[in-house]
Write a protein of this length. Structure first.
Lengths: 284, 403
């Protein structure tokens, strides 16, 4: 057997300690998660391979959900309810939001489900558990990219000209991944601790959907409540996606609240996850 | 001496009564009722456990089910945190508490090697560099691009262990991972552990296979009810352990079986030749070893083997059903079967362990060492001083002496 010392994690003389969890704020120890990032990549790759191998639809699956949303919401909210759409054709207005929502909801559910569904990963091996929700939000990015690319067809059909800010789309995708990771981390930790959360999750997601400006523009909310409304990080995200992709009005200054709350959710999620992580193997 | 593992005052408390994970609705309902809280009871899976393991040592851990062995390994591996005390490990640790953790049926053998390697702590570069060795070690080169779901249980096991064997840790802790697999596989696993130790690595080995412990480990810890009962040279540990458990089992073992496995060993017991109960035969007695096996689905060619290991862990004898009865109908239809093996009085006075395996082809359905029993000296005789492997009653004759 050959020894490859260069790739060793930790020196030969370094002690690793296991003591009772300390009271108060835990140490995040993100450095260890970073050293084991290959596992995160491998887990994400596994999910992608399994999904594209198992389903006949393959790539089509990525498009089905946002396209179905596009058709249904255009008919119901665009034609029948005649919701405002920031001066854009309703289909063009709603499609980027459908893509974003499909990504966020599937990623959050996947992040919450991975550890409870694979108890052996928790009880038989050690790895920085945070890699599980982190890896869960990655595969959906491929579907998101594919479905967003289809926006081009809508732009041609409805004769909408793309603006230069379309170049910022990757940044918004990264922001969506960070929000999904933050919320997913909270739900993953709660889901291990409380087994009935998975039954509540669809309801929570549905509520979040209708609280977010998916089928209506965020401009519908009056100015005095606009900042409070933007505490929902999806508000800033949807505004950003619409602005970049289909030239809707730029996100207002109030959307800074979305950025702030996203940071709070992610940092809070990391600490909460870390504080309950040590008990995962005992309760799962 | 340099240490690789230091454990001091280690304790682990579990709360029983709750089912582990709680229901959020219960917690909320509890708040609304105004607290109160459940009457959970605590139990200590480990208590005040202290020991050190020197670098390059190969230490065994024995004990009955529920003695705290697995909890100890989980704490060493950082899977769970202790409630009290501290456990320190020097260098890179690999823990094999299971074979094939994280394997995915839909992925190919090759993909599973990368997945399993990553889960066990190898970087992708490590796995790539050792891939050819791993595949060769597992002996599945032709099936690398076949989905894992088409692998037999034996192939799966070999692949899983092959990944684990190429981890190159400084400290390896290993739990029962070898309790499955055929003799050749087990020999390779034990060989790998010996190689690791010879190259200066530290190994902690938990097993029910006292034979393997006896052959491999110079030093053995005996855990009982969460405490270290004895820590010393393996022969002493094994002798004390045998003395303690031999009486408890009293010649009969009932086995809790997993309802999902196709074949289950339900019980093992010993009787006299006429079927009368027997707890402690003398070395001259014929002993009948009886096994009750439940076959839940048709498995043609199902075979049952057993062996007997002495208190030093030496396997004294072995036999299989199909060697004696090639055309046995076992496995041809579901149902319960009782097997009886008649063993003439060949054992010396000692404590013995009966190991049973049920298999067909490469698939091992049962591998257990469920029964322990003692053999007493013949009446009027003392313990065997020379500890021969076997002590059958031989025929002597004396000629040429004037009387």
């Amino acid at each position: 057997m050959t020894t490859i010392d260069a790739t060793r994690v930790g020196g030969e003389d370094e002690w690793t300690e296991n003591r009772p969890p300390r009271r108060g704020l835990p140490r995040l120890d993100l450095g260890e998660a970073w050293r084991r990032r290959d596992l995160g990549v491998t887990l994400a790759e596994r999910t992608l391979k399994v999904r594209y191998r198992q389903t006949l639809l393959g790539v089509g699956w990525a498009l089905l959900q946002p396209l179905a949303g596009l058709v249904i919401f255009t008919l119901v909210f665009g034609r029948l309810a005649k919701l405002p759409s920031d001066g854009l054709p309703y289909a063009v207005f709603v499609y980027p939001a459908m893509c974003l929502w499909t990504y966020v909801s599937t990623s959050v559910s996947a992040a919450a489900a991975e550890l409870p569904q694979n108890p052996h990963l928790v009880t038989r091996v050690y790895f920085p558990r945070i890699l599980s929700p982190a890896a869960a939000v990655v595969p959906g990015l491929l579907d998101l990219a594919i479905s967003l690319a289809l926006t081009a067809v809508l732009l041609v059909v409805y004769d909408v000209r793309p603006e230069p800010q379309v170049l910022l789309v990757p940044m918004w995708m990264a922001a969506a991944a960070i929000v999904a990771f933050g919320v997913g981390t909270w739900l993953a930790a709660i889901n291990v601790k409380y087994r009935d959360v998975r039954h509540v999750l669809p309801f929570l997601l549905q509520t979040w959907f209708f609280l977010s400006p998916m089928v209506f523009p965020s401009s519908l909310v009056s100015d005095e409540w606009r900042t409070v409304y933007a505490l929902n990080p999806l508000v800033g995200l949807v505004d950003g996606f619409r602005w970049s992709l289909v030239g809707a009005p730029a996100p207002p200054a109030a959307d800074i609240a979305s950025l702030v709350s996203a940071v709070v959710i992610v940092v809070g999620g990391l600490y909460y996850f870390r504080s309950v992580e040590v008990k995962f193997a005992d309760v799962i | 001496m340099r240490n690789s593992i230091e454990v001091a005052g280690l304790g682990k408390r579990y709360t029983v009564g709750g089912r582990g994970a709680k229901l959020l609705t219960e917690v909320v309902a509890g708040w609304m009722r105004g607290g109160g809280g459940d009457k959970d009871t605590d139990f200590w899976a480990l208590q005040d456990v202290s020991f050190t393991v020197g670098t390059g040592e190969l230490v065994g851990i024995i004990g009955r089910n529920g003695a705290g062995k697995t909890t100890l390994l989980r704490i060493l591996a950082r899977i769970t945190a202790p409630t009290a005390g501290i456990a320190r490990v020097r260098g890179r640790l690999s823990a094999l508490l299971d074979v094939g953790t994280g394997f995915h049926d839909e992925l190919t053998g090759r993909e599973n090697v990368f997945l399993s390697g990553a889960i066990l702590g190898m970087s992708r570069r490590d796995v790539r560099a050792r891939f050819a060795e791993i595949a060769a070690f597992a002996g599945v080169e032709q099936f690398l691009d076949t989905p894992l779901k088409r692998y037999s249980a034996g192939m799966r096991l070999r692949l899983a262990f092959a990944v684990a064997a190429h981890l190159e840790p400084d400290v390896l802790v290993i739990d029962e991972a070898l309790a499955v697999g055929d003799a050749e596989f087990q020999a390779r696993c034990l060989g790998t552990m010996e190689d690791l130790q010879r190259s200066g690595r530290t190994v902690v080995f938990v097993s029910h296979d006292l034979g393997a412990i006896g052959r491999l480990c110079k030093r053995t810890l005996w855990l009982d009810q969460g405490r270290i009962v004895f820590d010393g040279p393996t022969p002493d540990s094994l002798r004390k352990y045998f003395d303690a458990v031999g009486r408890i089992d009293a010649g009969r073992a009932e086995i809790e079986t997993d309802p999902h496995v196709p074949v289950a060993l339900k019980s093992v017991w010993i009787t006299a030749e006429d079927g009368a109960p027997l707890t402690e035969p003398t070395r001259l007695d014929t002993v009948v070893i009886r096994l009750r096996v439940e076959v839940r689905e048709r498995i043609p060619g199902l075979d049952v083997g057993f062996y007997i290991a002495d208190s030093m862990g030496l396997r004294v004898l072995e036999d299989t059903l199909r060697v004696a009865v090639p055309a046995s109908p076992l496995g041809s239809a579901p149902g319960e079967a009782e097997l009886a093996v008649t063993l003439p009085g060949v054992l010396r006075a000692d404590a013995y362990l009966v190991g049973v395996y049920v298999y067909s082809g490469h698939d091992y359905f049962v591998v257990e060492e469920p029964l322990r029993f003692r053999v007493a000296p013949a009446p009027g005789e003392s313990e065997d001083g020379l500890r021969p492997a076997v002590r059958p009653q031989l025929t002597w004759s004396v000629t040429g002496v004037e009387t």
